[in-house]
Ligand binder design. Structure first.
Ligand code: ZN
Length: 116
């Protein structure tokens, strides 16, 4: 992770101040998901290393990038705050099969798999 103290997009700090005016120990601005390099390159500008959740979503919208489960890096970060993790959020957007048997699986693989 970048050692930046704020989002490279909106420049808001990761940690806000609590009621006593002290910098909170918790992240108050949620970080965006950890994305594969190819996806990241579509959303971030060259000098940007990390974006908050809001900026990630905004960039995707602006640049016509449809983020899906396949855009997430298979890393522990995307499992943080389970079950409210990035992984679960994107998994929930995937269409779920109603019938799963060998025939269905082969049809699915033919339509989406690497040898399709
Ligand atoms: Zn931001």
């Amino acid at each position: 992770m970048s050692d930046n103290k704020c989002c490279d997009g909106c420049k808001r700090p990761w940690r806000g101040k609590n009621a006593a005016g002290r910098v909170s120990r918790r992240l108050t601005l949620p970080l965006g998901p950890m994305l594969h390099d190819a996806t990241w390159a579509k959303l971030a500008d060259e000098d940007e290393k990390v974006l908050c959740a809001e900026c990630t979503s905004q960039r995707a919208k602006e640049r016509g990038v449809r983020l899906s489960l396949a855009d997430l890096r298979p890393c522990q970060y995307n499992l943080f705050y389970w079950p409210n993790s990035w992984f679960n959020l994107f998994l929930g957007r995937e269409p779920s099969p109603t019938i799963v048997d060998d025939e269905w699986m082969l049809t699915w693989l033919d339509s989406r798999g690497p040898w399709g």
